[in-house]
Design a protein. Structure first.
Length: 277
């Protein structure tokens, strides 16, 4: 199978690409600069594409490269994403727009530009044609100070469900994989992004939030676990459309059913204790 993955420089994207290559698939992986894919490029079945999900011309160029190969595209894995932490009251407009530009509008732009290739694959008789969106448990439950990231992932879940229902008549499946905190650079980057707190009423929370984030990292799952699930999906006949990947899935399912005020108390209590599920 031929698979496109966005954001393969580190973390889930890089690990998923490696697993797909080991399984005999051809992989197109997007990076912001070619040097970010040096390790994957050692594999003859890997093709690096320089692409920015917020830049439509670069997406169009990447799809043209795939089309020019003459091979059908079976799956798109929308993995590229960022996390912008901070109080909603103080996050700068350029930052909250960037959060959605990458995680939501970038996701949709890639899907839109890839769909002609996916439709062509179906019309040529290919099966198991899919779009797989890497979402987050934050798309199910919202924690304080990651609300903007959470909002973007709620949007990804909505895009996933909407696209699946719209594309079902054409035989294209759309799935989401929603990991809990994963041991990737996204959390270390988030921990160092304190601009939204500085010189505000929230400044005193920075130290506490640092410990909270460290507790999150400590309890995070390995990217190999998430990648292992994602890499099985392109060839799966009828997989579950929404897959949670956490150490304690039942806690998230329970939280989703809990009254909002109860959720409020739990998050405040756990932040005080530097814990996170």
């Amino acid at each position: 199978m031929n698979v496109l993955i966005t954001g393969v420089s580190t973390g889930i994207g890089a690990t998923t690409a490696e697993l797909l290559l080991r399984s005999g698939h051809d992989v197109y992986g997007t990076v912001r600069k070619l040097g970010d894919a040096d390790q994957l490029a050692l594999h003859p079945a890997f093709s690096a594409l320089v692409m920015d999900v917020t830049n439509r011309p670069s997406i169009v160029k990447a799809m043209a490269t795939i089309k020019a190969s003459g091979k059908p595209l079976h799956a798109v894995i929308n993995n590229a994403g960022i996390a912008v932490p901070g109080p909603l009251e103080t996050i700068a407009e350029e930052d909250y727009r960037k959060q959605f530009d990458v995680n939501v509008f970038g996701n949709l732009a890639v899907s839109q530009e890839a769909l002609p290739l996916l439709h062509a694959a179906r019309e040529a008789g290919e099966t198991n044609v899919k779009i797989i969106n890497v979402s987050s448990v934050s798309g199910y439950v919202t924690a304080p100070f990651t609300s903007l990231y959470s909002a973007s992932k709620f949007a990804v879940e909505a895009l996933t469900d909407g696209l699946r229902r719209e594309l079902s008549p054409f035989g294209i499946d759309v799935l989401s994989v929603a990991p809990g905190p994963v041991k990737t650079p996204i959390w270390r980057k988030a921990k160092n992004q304190t601009k939204a707190f500085e010189d505000t009423r929230y400044a005193g929370i920075i130290d506490k939030l640092g410990a909270y984030t460290e507790a999150t990292e400590t309890g995070a799952i390995d990217p190999e676990l998430v990648a292992g699930i994602i890499h099985e999906l392109p060839k799966s006949e009828r997989p579950r459309p929404d897959r949670l990947v956490t150490k304690k899935n039942w806690i998230i399912r329970l939280l989703m059913l809990a009254p909002k005020r109860w959720q409020d108390k739990m998050f405040l209590k756990n932040m005080e204790a530097n814990k996170r599920y």
